[in-house]
Design a binder for this molecule. Structure first.
Ligand SMILES: Cc1ncc(COP(=O)(O)O)c(C=O)c1O
Length: 460
């Protein structure tokens, strides 16, 4: 088929066209944002977008109201001329399922609208989204700055793939001042999460974005920001959003998926990112082809065309169903999480509760400025001793003991022995992980039922 340089053969159907984009990135951003938003994002509220964005009418061929699952690996060409035009990039359209699928396209368009981005790529998992984002930004010799409170899989991409290829990393507390201190000329990304796992601390994204200030792209893993309902990092100055859709976006613990969303608000032409401006063998670059959405086109080219980290249309369909009720589920889970956190704070078997909604939380003020609608659906508590935490995990009846978050059902886990087991004791301490800590992803059950279950489990 095509060489890796043949990006024109697989431009995403929703990449802003060159006529929407002009030569300079700054004006492109505005134009692209205007053109993609006036139709849906500016017209409708979040609750409406989660139902309609990406599918603004019923299916044209069948009148199906739900987005159909397009179970096809490939698409017929209308003619020899059409095939040639698709492959030369003269026209855009569906060619092959690794890059193109209408179900997946509707899913990612909906997420883009919810996050106020300009374009996005759906991927086979959150981990794929992280990998593609980092690979799109760094080259050997680059430096990245990571928050010291990230999902472990993000460190794995750096440690197992990028560091051996010459990428340097600084891991610091996610504050503007700590990040500013380690910033270098070759820094290619700053990476943080909206709410840290499992400490539940909230970084000041707006302040961090000011430090990055158009010089270094700020990437926010907004998985805990619940598809934009709790936080829209792009509106706070971040440039790229990454999601594990496996969590609240899907919302039912029924599939694995991910997405990358481009804010269209970073100037890739300033010289630090030659991969974005270097002409391919066709004579154009990602910036030439996609303007403000150049990052999206590169992520699409690397993630789908080159590495094949494609989201299946079946998974995208589950993601679309999840998105339809996102705000309702997340609101309920956040309200329940706050009620449970307040109740646990008073419980004799609990030593400490970490939840940004508690006024006792050290990040409550930042969380109030950074989050909307609630303080997250996850809380962590430290039991009075390790044995009590283990007894709790062995004794819960309603809550499920498993390694996931964002399920409609309440789930619990001990990070020390599971999700964070591979970290050094010092790194665990930095991430707020102690032996007696239990992470709770609060589901949609009635709060009194959860309180009864937790109470009996804490006494064992
Ligand atoms: C914050 C965060 N980012 C990324 C991931 C990876 O997502 P996935 O499991 O969908 O690959 C996870 C998974 O737990 C996560 O919690």
């Amino acid at each position: 088929m095509s060489s890796p340089d043949d990006t024109s053969t697989h431009v995403p159907p929703h990449t802003p066209s060159q006529t929407e984009n002009s030569a300079t990135t700054t004006s492109v951003t505005t134009t692209a944002k205007m053109s993609s938003k006036t139709s849906v994002t500016e017209k409708y509220a979040f609750d409406t977008l989660q139902l309609h964005a990406g599918q603004e009418s019923s299916d044209k061929t069948s009148n199906a109201r739900a987005v159909p699952i397009y179970a096809t690996s490939s698409y017929t060409f209308d003619s020899a001329d059409h095939a040639e035009a698709l492959f030369s990039g003269e026209v855009t359209g569906n060619q092959y399922g690794r890059m193109h699928n209408p179900t997946v396209d509707a899913f990612v368009k909906r997420l883009v609208a919810l996050e106020q981005g300009i374009a996005g790529v759906a991927l086979s998992s959150g981990q794929a989204a992280t990998t593609v984002t980092l690979l799109s930004l760094v080259t050997p010799g680059s430096h990245v700055i990571l928050s010291n409170q990230l999902f472990g899989g993000t460190y794995s991409v750096i440690n197992k793939i990028l560091a051996p290829w010459g990428v340097e990393v600084s891991t610091v507390s996610p504050t503007a001042s700590a990040i500013a201190e380690v910033m270098q000329d070759n820094t290619a990304a700053v990476w943080c999460e909206t709410i840290a796992n499992p400490s539940c601390s909230v970084p000041d994204i707006a302040a961090i974005a000011e430090v990055c200030a158009g010089n270094v792209p700020l990437v926010v893993d907004n998985t805990w920001g619940c598809g934009g309902y709790l936080c829209q990092p792009l509106t706070l100055g971040a440039n790229i959003v990454v999601h594990s859709a496996t969590k609240w976006i899907g919302g039912h613990g029924a599939f694995i998926g991910g997405a990358v969303i481009d804010g269209g608000n970073f100037d890739w032409t300033a010289g630090k990112f030659p991969a974005f401006t270097k002409p391919t063998n066709k004579g154009w670059s990602y910036v030439d082809k996609a303007g403000a959405a150049a990052f999206n086109l590169r992520a699409y080219d690397l993630g789908l065309f080159t590495m094949g980290m494609t989201l299946s249309p079946y998974a995208a369909s589950l993601g679309l169903q999840g998105l339809e009720t996102l705000s309702l589920r997340v609101q309920r889970a956040c309200d329940s999480a706050l009620a449970l956190a307040q109740w646990l704070e008073q419980h004799p078997k609990i030593a400490r509760v970490d939840y940004p909604g508690l006024v006792s939380s050290s990040c409550h003020e930042v969380a109030t400025r950074t989050l909307n609608n609630g303080f997250g659906a996850v809380l962590s508590f430290e039991a009075v001793d390790t044995q009590t935490a283990r007894t709790f995990l062995d004794s819960v009846q309603l809550a499920s003991h498993l390694a996931n978050i964002g399920d409609a059902k309440t789930v619990v886990i001990n990070p020390w022995t599971t999700t964070h087991a591979s970290l050094s004791a010092a790194a665990k301490a930095e991430a707020g992980v102690s032996e007696a800590l239990v992470r709770v992803s609060v589901g949609l059950e009635a709060v009194p039922d959860l309180q009864r279950d937790f109470d009996q489990a804490l006494y064992g």
